[in-house]
Design a protein around this ligand. Structure first.
Ligand code: FMN
Length: 223
């Protein structure tokens, strides 16, 4: 696959097979992704990989925390601005509606929508979960670099026939996850990523989110 094809074919996969991904393959993916660029070559990213028993224990730990306090918000980072303006608000809404349409969950069926959201905390069934963190001294620049690293992982995985879903949902349980991973106090958790083989029989994986055209986000100055 060309880079363009890989970029266009990567989608967020929200239902996985339990087919395992071996550590050797994970290491190979990270071994490519480490060549991502970063300002000053700081390579500020850190990644924590969970699979097997560790994954099962993490899921159990977070499930318990959710049962004890379903509405807890342990996030240090706001996933979206508190008053998300247009056109972003509409884009977010449309994505949600398109996803629930694929899942055949109507707007009124709140319990089913919540149940789907909670699947985030099981990595949507993926056998591997990755968590990304940064040293707290870092600012917006390094956060952008972490994003490049994450995209590299998703693309290298896609090139190898693996699917992924980046998961900011985990930030709502950042304290529980950080404690589980044994993160040092200066380490800030950002995001998770589910990784594995997508279940192509699940309709949710047929969702192809839209994008605005180049003219809607690019300007070209020539004079
Ligand atoms: C940093 C990041 C975090 C995300 N977090 C979640 C998440 O927690 N749960 C989820 O289902 N999708 C999540 N997504 C997926 C986005 O909804 C998705 O990337 C977007 O709708 C575009 O669709 P596509 O990835 O299929 O092209 C996240 C994406 C990014 C880049």
């Amino acid at each position: 696959m060309s880079i363009a094809e890989t970029i266009k074919s990567r989608i967020s996969t929200r239902a996985f097979l339990d087919t395992p991904v071996n550590e050797h393959e994970l290491r190979e993916i990270l071994d490519v992704a480490r060549w991502s660029p970063s300002g000053g070559n700081l390579q500020p990213w850190r990644v924590h990989v969970v699979s097997g028993d560790a994954r099962a224990r993490l899921i159990e730990t977070v499930k318990k925390a959710i049962a004890e306090n379903p509405f807890a918000d342990e996030s240090e980072i706001a996933i979206y601005p508190p008053k998300l303006g247009e056109p972003w608000r509409t884009r977010r809404y449309e994505l949600g509606e398109a996803m629930y349409q694929k899942l055949e969950i109507p707007r009124e069926d709140k319990p089913a929508r919540i149940a789907h959201l909670l699947r985030n905390y099981e990595f949507f069934g993926a056998p591997v979960g990755l968590f990304f963190s940064l040293d707290r001294q870092f600012d917006k620049g390094q956060w952008a670099h972490l994003g490049m690293f994450m995209q590299s992982i998703a693309l290298v995985a896609a090139e190898r026939g693996l699917s992924s879903c980046m998961q900011e949902a985990w930030t709502a349980r950042a304290k529980s996850v950080s404690a589980f991973l044994g993160l040092a106090a200066e380490e800030q958790l950002y995001c998770g990523m589910a990784l594995g083989y997508g279940d192509t029989t699940e309709k949710v994986n047929q969702l192809r989110s839209s994008r605005v055209t180049v003219d809607e986000f690019a300007t070209f100055m020539t004079e």
